[in-house]
Design a protein around this ligand. Structure first.
Ligand code: ADE
Length: 231
């Protein structure tokens, strides 16, 4: 079974997050086991302190390395980060990471255990990125107040690609980004709504014409919304 462990100071944040849709189905079918762990469980001091002031000065607090290293070592059953089991990826979520895309989600879905470390405050001690994480990943060029929403996004994007999670094997192959283009527009009934008509060709039942229209419409939509994908 694919295992996902999330290390966070807000485990409650994830309480219902995985109880819907495809992620819920994948869990119910025992394709994936997702758990959120409280980082404070790996502190050893009376105050369960997870952060401290930055060396060199500056605003805010930085997550300390010791509890994070201890958490990852326990969750991967390794005493040294260099000897993770094959198929284990330890991901630090931060705005400094490489940006998540469909290819990276597919790559992560091919592993067997993901440990997701949610950053907080002004940052995470860099030794986590240097010597503990196998990957540092951002979900986009904007700053969140912590890695938790990013972990939700990553889990959703990855779990739906775990074999068996989607109803049919072809559904993930035909969607946006898998061909380097956005998905084609879709319509359903009624054929006319407030004067807005469904493209005629979709009502004809001519499969070759429909396929051609879809390719063309996907290309036009990509040119309009995401010209960067066509370069
Ligand atoms: N933490 C804060 N901002 C983030 C982002 N854009 N992606 C991942 N983790 C983050």
């Amino acid at each position: 079974m694919f295992r996902i462990d999330i290390i966070t100071i807000f485990p409650e944040y994830f309480r219902e997050a995985f109880d819907y849709g495809i992620v819920r189905r994948a869990r119910a079918a025992s394709l994936v086991n997702i758990q959120a762990h409280d980082l404070r469980a790996w502190t050893t001091d009376k105050h369960k302190q997870v952060d401290d002031r930055p060396f060199g000065g500056g605003d805010g607090m930085v997550l300390k390395p010791e509890p994070i290293f201890a958490a990852v070592e326990e969750l991967t059953a390794t005493s040294k980060p260099a000897s993770y089991p094959a198929g284990t990826r330890v991901v630090l979520l931060s705005p400094q990471g490489r940006v998540l895309n469909q290819a990276l989600a597919q790559d992560l879905a091919a592993s067997s255990q993901l440990v997701l470390i949610c950053g907080r405050y002004e940052g995470v001690d860099e030794r986590v990125a240097e010597a503990l994480a196998t990957d540092e990943i951002s979900i986009g060029d904007y700053v969140l107040s912590g890695g938790e929403p990013a972990a939700l996004v990553l889990v959703d994007a990855v779990v739906r690609l775990v074999p068996g999670a989607l109803g049919s094997d072809t559904s993930a192959a035909n969607e946006s980004f898998s061909e380097g283009l956005l998905d084609n527009p879709q319509y359903t009934r009624p054929p006319e709504f407030r004067g807005l008509e469904v493209p005629e060709v979709l009502l004809t039942g001519h499969h070759a014409d429909i396929a051609r229209w879809r390719r063309d419409a996907a290309l036009k939509k990509t040119e309009r919304n995401r010209p960067d994908l066509l370069k």
